[in-house]
Design a protein around this ligand. Structure first.
Ligand code: GRG
Length: 299
């Protein structure tokens, strides 16, 4: 793994895991009971923490230094966690394994996992609001960040992309349609992670635009790499069931362009991400290194 990406991912993991553990403790008390345990189970799973790393790298690239950024990173990770819980439900991808453990609806039950997924959205906003207070951001800045996070998660972003993705099952979409599905389903939250890092540091519009351009490209590269890994890696490597896309007849870069075409596109979008930074004169070895990691990763 590129060394700068490795150390940033480790830092993001430590910061995010600690915030998520504190949040899980609060949820075990309130709402508590079965629901609290399910929420804590969801937050206790160990992902790669790529989105938190992007928040952190963008924040640092914009000159931010305060530790409260961990809460912004955790808020994005909580939204991502909700999306995984719902993605695995029988009415969507119907998967029994995620992050090396039974999925939430297998461990608990479908109604509990459905409710817990929805509950994680306001939990993410609570986390964001707490972080904004720690970072001494204005109410206007918090409002802008919350709007961005929710917009990226909603019908114009993640939910809309997932919707199109489910509708495209069994079809062979044109590349333009696939780009839209991937950008909304996965790219929108990754792009938002980059912009949120910049906003938390009070970045000026030119830098925000560069971070957004970088995030857009890296988001697409991330989902193409996910398509490739689903087709080529093992379930042990992924911590979830491999080969799911082919089984569900999903529209993916691999099904549309083949393995080598998909690899080429992943690398091309990572390069476009680097160029988006260079065009605006942003020099961040960490963001560049994360672009490499995203297309070289093995899980
Ligand atoms: C109501 C239609 C509707 C949707 C609800 C379920 C959902 C919202 C959206 C699904 C979004 C989704 C799961 C997109 C895939 C994103 C992706 C590549 C996930 C894997 O991310 P990694 O590799 O996973 O970062 P870890 O486990 O490392 O965090």
């Amino acid at each position: 793994m590129p060394p700068a990406a490795e150390s940033l991912l480790a830092e993001a993991r430590a910061l995010t895991d600690s915030r998520l553990a504190s949040r899980a403790d609060l949820l075990r008390d309130n709402p508590g009971g079965h629901e609290g345990e399910a929420l804590a189970y969801a937050l206790g799973s160990s992902g790669k923490r790529v989105r938190p790393a992007l928040v952190l790298a963008a924040y640092k690239a914009a000159g931010g230094t305060a530790s409260g950024i961990a809460g912004v990173a955790a808020a994005v990770e909580i939204v991502h966690t909700y999306s995984l819980v719902h993605d695995d439900l029988p009415c969507m991808d119907n998967d029994a394994q995620r992050r090396g453990r039974p999925t939430l609806h297998v461990k608990f039950d479908v109604p509990t996992a459905t409710r817990a997924g929805f509950l994680l959205v306001p939990v993410a906003i609570e986390e964001l609001a707490q972080a904004a207070a720690e970072l001494r951001l204005t109410d206007a800045a918090l409002g802008r960040m919350a709007a961005l996070l929710l917009e990226a998660s909603g019908i114009r972003g993640m939910v809309g992309g997932q919707w199109l993705d489910l509708e495209a099952e069994g079809h062979n979409p044109a590349l333009a349609e696939l780009v839209e599905i991937h950008q909304r389903k996965t790219g929108a939250l990754i792009e938002a992670a980059c912009v949120l890092g910049g906003l938390a540091a009070g970045a000026e519009p030119g830098l925000l635009e560069a971070l957004q351009g970088y995030g857009r490209e890296i988001g697409l590269a991330f989902q193409i790499a996910d398509d490739l890994l689903d087709a080529t890696a093992t379930s042990e490597q992924l911590g979830k069931t491999a080969g799911r896309d082919a089984k569900l007849a999903k529209a993916t870069y691999v099904s549309v362009l083949g393995l080598s075409g998909a690899r080429h596109e992943a690398l091309r979008h990572a390069e476009l991400a680097r160029r988006a930074l260079a065009r605006s004169g942003v020099r961040s070895g960490t963001l560049e290194s994360l672009a490499d990691y995203i297309v070289q990763r093995r899980s």
